[in-house]
Design a protein. Sequence first.
Lengths: 264, 265
Amino acid sequence: MPAVQQLAMQASGEAPRIRLQDVAVTLGGRSILEDVSLDVVPGRITTLVGNNGAGKTTLLRVVVGLTRPAAGRVWRASRVRIGYVPQHFAVDVNLPITARRFMALSGYADAARWQEVVDDTGVAALLDQPLQGLSGGEMRRILLARALLQHPSVLALDEPAAGLDGRSQGALYRLIGTLRDRYGCAVVVISHDLNLVMAASDEVLCLEHGRIACRGAPASVIEHPEYQKLFGSHLGPDTGVFPHDHHDHSHAHPRRSAAGGGHG
Amino acid sequence: MDEFILTALAAGLGVALVAGPLGSFVVWRRMAYFGETLAHSALLGVALGFLFGINLNLGILAVCVVVAVLLVLLRQYQRLASDTVLGILAHSSLSLGLVAIAFMEGLRVDLMGYLFGDILAVTPTDLYWIYGGGLLVLATLVAIWRPLLSLTLHEEMARVEGVRVLPVQLVFMALVAATIALAMQVVGILLVISMLIIPAAAARAFARTPEQMAVIAALIGALAVLGGLAGSFQWDLPTGPAIVVTATAIFALVTSARGLGAARA
């Protein structure tokens, strides 16, 4: 069994909250992840990209503790709190529950935090709606708000933009960037939309067949031969990829869509 | 009113008040077949109760709890589809119970009573079981309400948030098993799951919160018991099926009214 240890943390904002070292995951005798290392650092948005079966979701599951690695090590900072937004969320039609009650179920928020999160995520008008009546985009914002109520030091988002139209996706990524700045949490996000990913990330991990094909700042990753082999070379400085500024997200969205983006 | 009728009424109401809240979770978690499997295994508990000379309620509870734990664990690690496992366990345990009873020479067992319930045979001792056990079940359900609701909404999200999913699931299964053991004498093995599901399904139309649905389900269950008992005495009907038919009539009425309301809106 791999070691899952407590990571001794300094007060420094840059110390990782979660560290994966040479992690491997095997499911049913098949290798899903191999030799993957990752630091989940406060204030940093790390985006996982890759084709279907590349291991993105498995890696996120290791980060949040849902999957135990077969090899390698996972360290967690003491009292690390994770806000998790799953890709699929469907409520049984027979369960009568409003968004307000669903959010309150997380059980952590005080009144001030509640108001702050509701304002930041723009969900005030949705609070008394039944969960079943929310659109995909509204549900994503409620899930995000619920995660934030728990004072997360790590926010893990599994394809938060799946099923949304391009405009909603852009708005959601801008919101994630804003929330990262405001709450200072580490963000790990899976995305298929390479254009949006590049604009809203500090670090990109490109996975292929369970291994890290390339990683780094968005602007450098798109120049990497492995990345270009996987996704082509149609993203460039004129398509929304630019040096990322944590404190100004007003321009952090793509100017046009990436043709033939992620297939992941 | 005859004492045995009052005893039957008290038993039925006690079961309905416990089955409503538990049944709401069975409906939300889509575990109707799961509950059916547990109920079928109760007959094996009856057989073991006779075999070892222990209280039948304890025998039923023990077998239901073992099957419930087995089901939860098989769901975690099994390689077969869930409904296949449930189908195998439901029918094999019922058959095993019937075979075991057939092997007990010299034992006269009212099989129909166990299969379809015999509320009029409830004794004051049974009432202690129903109300004592029922209170324990409800108190435990209240204690695990929040984590159980969280994992009902999304199991993995609940796990990440720190809910100890497997223990909560096991406790919930034990509660369903206990409720089945308590309710079996009222409506029988073959109908017991209906006391969990039908009032809860009918309650959905009136409820705006999970707690409201649990309470309304209990009240609808109680109404079904009252109606079923009244119909049973009026027209000399088997009581268990009469209770279930009343619950179904309430469900049909509520669903139709809701459908009409939606059509007009």
